[in-house]
Design a protein around this ligand. Structure first.
Ligand code: S3P
Length: 442
């Protein structure tokens, strides 16, 4: 592991992205396919599953609770569901590594079990805030102990009787919403969650796909406890959050023309396309269709359209929350200033993405001024530089793409966690035209 943490990327400057590629499966949907598949009656067959470390941590956790799961093999997974009350006590703590989604969603689901569990994670996850789920879950009757400052590990007491509540989220978080809905499967009565702004709705869509009734009225989504999930087939689309690196890479490199196939285009996820178009990017949505309850399309990006700095509309922030590291690279290559506000959540992701991106852009000679809830970036000439990703997968991949426009090579440190969401990134990016190699320890 010590060795793995030392993986770095070396990326030559210049080049362009061309061809047709399919990036790996959607992380959010892959996690949920395992969780709901495990709780269903019957066998759920998944295709396009993301074989990354985060989703594999979820898969291993359910195996540790007695669920038989075949695969993944070429993206195929078969989950033999045990029903809502069929999970078994694991032999020890469940280690979900770097994955905030696993920990927050499973905190809700595990609050409804008959047995105790402990959830642990890596150093990054162990710094991330968990009270946002443990407090509303406690209001439902759950018993969860965190460390003194509300961070992992989580010790979850089983055998509790949960009661449905109505909860208005102070932050727009799909993880909090999903955690409460999963607890709501086990609660007496109705659990309702109101969101201050729309967040990704994969949990609601997938519950419906498993035949479980979900009611939405405006910004409130409600679920009744005590129903049954029925196994189904799930076709996981390519992850728009992984496609984002190629969208930005192509936009900033004249001569690029690349098609990203079968990308998930759920309206709660497409903020990156809207923001890039606002900046002047040329992105075509081709062949829109539906796959397993989720909209998908092929995205064709033509590089070279001049980008301009924009004030990012605050309502697009939750719809592009994971794509800001990549968008900051686009901003660095744009004419004028880009201003982001209302995005304090970025400070508590896998790293403090505002500070870490500002530091990296600064190393590249770009003026970037962090603010408490966002950043101001003045586009300019991008120098090649050595950048530290702080173990954050999305920061590593964003700076790798920056090399397409940089005046010298990029060296990016601490890149092992790219495998949490995008196994095969180096190979796929190289095949598309990025001059990237996995380098020696930094
Ligand atoms: C996710 C929700 C988002 C996102 C994360 C995955 C999910 O987090 O950043 O990568 O699968 O529900 P928040 O809902 O906390 O913003």
């Amino acid at each position: 592991m010590l060795q793995a943490q030392k993986i770095s990327f070396d990326v030559q400057s210049g080049g362009k992205l061309t061809g047709r590629i399919r990036v790996p499966g959607d992380k959010s949907i892959s996690h949920r396919s395992i969780m709901l598949g495990a709780l269903a009656e019957g066998t759920t067959e998944v295709t396009g599953f993301l074989n990354g470390e985060d989703c594999m941590a979820t898969l291993a956790a359910f195996r540790a609770m007695g669920v038989e799961i075949d695969g993944p093999e070429a993206g195929r997974v078969a989950i033999r569901g045990v029903g809502l009350h069929g999970l078994k006590a694991p032999a020890g703590p469940l280690d979900v590594g770097n994955s905030g989604t696993s920990m927050r969603l499973m905190a809700g689901l595990l609050s409804g079990q008959a047995f105790d569990t402990t959830l642990v994670g890596d150093a990054s996850l162990t710094r991330r805030p968990m009270r946002r789920v443990t407090e509303p879950l406690a209001a439902m009757g759950a018993h969860i102990e965190t460390s003194g400052n509300g961070t992992p590990p989580l010790h979850i007491r089983g055998g509790r009787t949960l009661q449905g509540i109505g909860f208005t989220m102070p932050v727009a978080s799909a993880q909090v919403k999903s955690s409460l809905l999963l607890a709501g499967l086990y609660a007496r009565g109705t659990t309702c969650v109101t969101e201050p702004a729309p967040t990704r709705d994969h949990t609601e869509r997938m519950l419906t796909g498993f035949g479980y009734p979900v009611n939405r009225e405006g910004s409130t989504v409600c679920i009744q406890g005590g129903g049954t999930l029925t196994a189904t087939g799930i076709d996981v689309p390519a992850d728009i959050s992984s496609a984002a690196f190629f969208l930005v890479g192509a936009c900033i490199s004249p001569g690029s023309a690349i098609t990203l196939e079968h990308v998930g285009m759920n309206p709660t996820r497409v903020g990156v396309v809207d923001i890039l178009r606002l900046m002047g990017a040329e992105i075509h949505v081709e062949n829109p269709r539906e796959a397993g309850g989720e909209p998908v399309a092929d995205l064709r990006v033509i590089g070279g359209a001049p980008l301009r700095g924009v004030r990012i509309p605050v309502e697009l922030v939750p719809l592009a929350i994971d794509e800001f590291p990549a968008l900051f690279i686009a901003a660095a290559c744009a004419e004028g200033e880009t201003v982001l506000t209302g995005a304090e959540e970025l400070r508590v992701k896998e790293s403090d993405r505002i500070q870490v991106m500002a530091d990296g852009l600064d190393a590249c000679g770009i003026e970037a001024e962090p603010t408490p809830d966002g950043i101001r970036i003045r586009g300019g000439r991008l120098r090649g530089a050595t950048v530290d990703s702080h173990g954050d997968h999305r920061i590593a991949m964003s700076f790798a793409m920056a090399a397409l426009r940089a005046e010298g090579p990029m060296h990016i440190r601490d890149c092992a966690n790219v495998n949490t969401s995008f196994p095969g990134f180096v190979e796929l990016a190289a095949a598309a035209g990025l001059g990237i190699t996995q380098g020696d320890p930094a």
